[in-house]
Design a protein around this ligand. Sequence first.
Ligand SMILES: C[S@@+](CC[C@H](N)C(=O)[O-])C[C@H]1O[C@@H](n2cnc3c(N)ncnc32)[C@H](O)[C@@H]1O
Length: 312
Amino acid sequence: MHNIPHVPVLYREVIETFKDIKNGIIIDCTLGYGGHTSMILESNPHVHIIAIDQDQTAIDFSTQRLEKFGDRVTIKKGRFSSVIQEILDEYDTSEIKGVFADIGVSSLQLDQKERGFSYESDNLDMRMDKSALLQASIVVNEYSQTDLETILLEYGELRNFKKITSIIMQNRPFYSAKELSQTLSPYLPKGKKIHPATLLMQAIRIEVNDELGELKALLRSIENAGFIDTKIAVIAFHSLEDRIVKQTFSRWSKSCICPNEAMRCTCGNNHALGKIKTKKPVTAQADELKKNPRSRSAKLRVFTMDTYERKE
Ligand SMILES: C[S@@+](CC[C@H](N)C(=O)[O-])C[C@H]1O[C@@H](n2cnc3c(N)ncnc32)[C@H](O)[C@@H]1O
């Protein structure tokens, strides 16, 4: 196999999470370049993986990479928000023992300049699925001032979102990410660890791929699936995603769902869907940080669903 274009993050911790599953299916919602999928299949001979990605380049690469596992792996193309629903309709939920998501973009998507994810790109695209209709050029050149302000504030957490939006409005149309980041560079925050345009690019990318909507929809499908003894593991790369995962797992773990102001519990106190396995998010160890700097912002959270116990 030729060069692997993406090094999987927190790979030891992901292997550990799924290694004791005796029999059943794991859904890998973000196949990418097949790193995590192949490691899970190698470390646990009892599982079958159904893997999803919306990027055809990633699917083509991984189909070849995972050939050696034969029928132990099934690959599906599409957004995980809808494909997971199809899987849940097709399989008995008791067969599904794990759901894994390594949210965000792959290193190859970032590195391939023609995909438009990098601030040095010569175009403005950023679609994970190249057949999707919405691309970055539409967001930057056609969205209203109010919509752009909202995106820069909510998805980029840029404090001077109004100023940045007004510079975009005055100077558009933009034809490349490079042109956009160079024009805005005097107004972007200058952090020590990240390039000034990173948060701007992040905000546009989240909008183009509806990343937070996808994550929320995925967690909703998992919540409603009625899983019995299923491990849910999510790796997030920025605080917006991690907050969604953290708050959802916290809500799932609560037995009592009475309002805070209730004097006594009237809900039956049996609503927990399972247990949080990672009180704090798991982050990369020093040796991984050294080898793979991209792992520095990765946070893994794990939840075990045991609806069965609740029903008993
Ligand atoms: C960080 S990479 C995953 C890398 C993978 N774990 C590996 O070891 O190679 C994220 C992948 O998920 C895909 N992806 C992100 N959001 C998606 C979504 N909503 N639906 C389907 N695929 C998605 C991206 O196209 C990308 O290939």
